[in-house]
Design a binder for this molecule. Structure first.
Ligand code: NAD
Ligand code: MG
Length: 397
């Protein structure tokens, strides 16, 4: 029997996950047609990708840049139609000819396209964790109502998914709790009060993974793990206490499921995003990913440390937000996006990121109405951003 080709839209194609996705796709041309590629800026990188993949559509953030790219592609006899703006992004994600959406945009900006893809019943490969943290229940309802297949790409969540049976109805009876592993980032051995003068370049230098700048800063503050705790709560329908975190500096074990009988299932591999990407692309099959194999003969040992609150205060905001009124995770994500951007611009100190996040979630308590529609969530997101910007301004005075 011949397998039907998947028609793929890569949202955030020029980023770290987007580029890794196209690397895996290039290894399996018989499985995938690239239908659309999108990016915010970096029109030069998107242009090279269009020359290589000749997608039907490309989307850029800005209209002027999109029309300039359209002209350059025409001059090179590439028929790709170049669109621009968030509306085009959402239309591409729900396009009837698309079977598979790789959601690799960074931040809440990916929310509408993700929910649109879910409602349209796509095979949705989710790297864009912030979209699920912001969307929460509304996002998961869209997956259920649209009949979408949601496949986690975040390495920890892919690991958990790989340790669970395909039949989701068996999960509650199977899972006692899950353990997300965290490398501890570049400042694992430093105390929080020694991090006052950390520069953006120091913060983005992750010991094990090469990633975009925002997620690299999140890894240094442990907010990445906090977002992953919230992501796991929704993906696997768990109570906040059922999601635990352990520091594992080698990033070999990508996460673990502790079953009801206390048997522990783990997924291991080299720290290479092409493994979870290939898994999501081919699920339920396994295909070559390009990643190197683990070498157990030369491995120097695996170690574990507790993720204690005094050392990693940012991590614990996940459980604070999950136990606060629903919508607090939307507020936390918005505050963090503002704080990370301000830090990368040199406007605030590294240690201010946590202050802004903590103060914003304690000051802004959402009500049930705040999560009813995407527009409500985006309005809450906007209020949280305004509050976080105000706190950032006060900190810099
Ligand atoms: P990145 O910064 O390298 O790339 C982000 C992509 O999104 C780019 O193509 C950019 O043009 C696009 N983009 C940014 N802002 C946008 C906007 N407002 N509208 C439309 N497009 C926009 O980021 P990344 O490291 O590839 O991460 C992407 C997502 O995957 C993030 O949510 C991150 O947390 C998650 N993730 C990344 C990794 C990794 O190894 N990089 C691992 C796990 C999860
Ligand atoms: Mg991760």
């Amino acid at each position: 029997m011949t397998r039907a080709k998947q028609t793929l839209a890569v949202l955030g194609a020029t980023g770290s996950v987007g580029v890794n996705t196209l690397d895996v796709v290039a290894r399996h041309p018989e499985r995938f047609d690239v239908f659309a590629l999108t990016a915010m800026r970096r029109a030069d990188v998107l242009e090279q990708q269009c020359l290589r993949w000749k997608p039907r559509y490309a989307v850029l953030g800005d209209a002027a840049a999109a029309s300039a790219l359209q002209q350059r592609l025409r001059a090179q006899s590439v028929a790709t139609e170049v669109l621009s703006g968030p509306r085009a992004l959402a239309e591409i994600a729900a396009h009837p000819d698309v079977t598979t959406v790789m959601a690799a945009i960074v931040g809440a900006a990916g929310l509408e396209a993700c929910v649109g893809a879910a409602r349209a019943g796509k095979r949705l490969l989710l790297a864009n964790k912030e979209a699920l943290v912001v969307g929460g229940r509304l996002f998961m309802d869209a997956v259920r109502d649209g009949g979408a297949t949601l496949l986690p790409i975040d390495s920890e969540h892919s690991a958990i998914f790989q340790c669970l049976p395909e039949d989701r109805s068996a999960w509650p009876a199977r899972i006692d709790h899950i353990v997300l592993t965290a490398s501890g980032g570049p400042f694992r051995t430093r105390t929080p009060d020694s991090l006052h003068d950390v520069t953006p370049d120091e913060a983005v230098a992750h010991p094990n993974w090469i990633m975009g700048r925002k997620i690299s800063v999140d890894s240094a503050t442990m907010m990445n793990k906090a977002l992953e705790v919230i992501e796991a709560r929704w993906l696997f329908d768990l109570q906040p206490e059922q999601v635990r975190v352990v520091i594992h500096p080698q990033s070999v074990i990508h996460s673990m499921v502790v079953c009801r009988d206390h048997s522990v299932l783990a997924q291991l591999g080299t720290p290479d995003m092409r493994v979870p990407i290939a898994f999501g692309l081919a699920f339920p099959e396994r295909i070559e990913s390009g990643a190197s194999q683990l070498d157990f003969a030369t491995m120097q040992g695996l170690s574990f440390e507790p993720a204690d609150r005094a050392r990693f205060p940012g991590l614990y905001l996940a459980w604070d937000a999950l136990k606060a009124p629903e919508g607090s995770t939307t507020v936390l994500n918005a505050a963090n996006e503002v704080a990370v951007a301000a830090f990368l611009e040199g406007a605030i100190r590294f240690t201010d990121i946590h202050r802004i996040n903590e103060q914003t979630i304690s000051a802004l308590l959402p009500t049930a109405a705040d999560g009813a529609t995407i527009a409500d969530l985006l309005a809450l997101d906007a209020r949280a951003r305004a509050a976080a910007r105000e706190t950032a301004r006060r900190l810099t005075c």
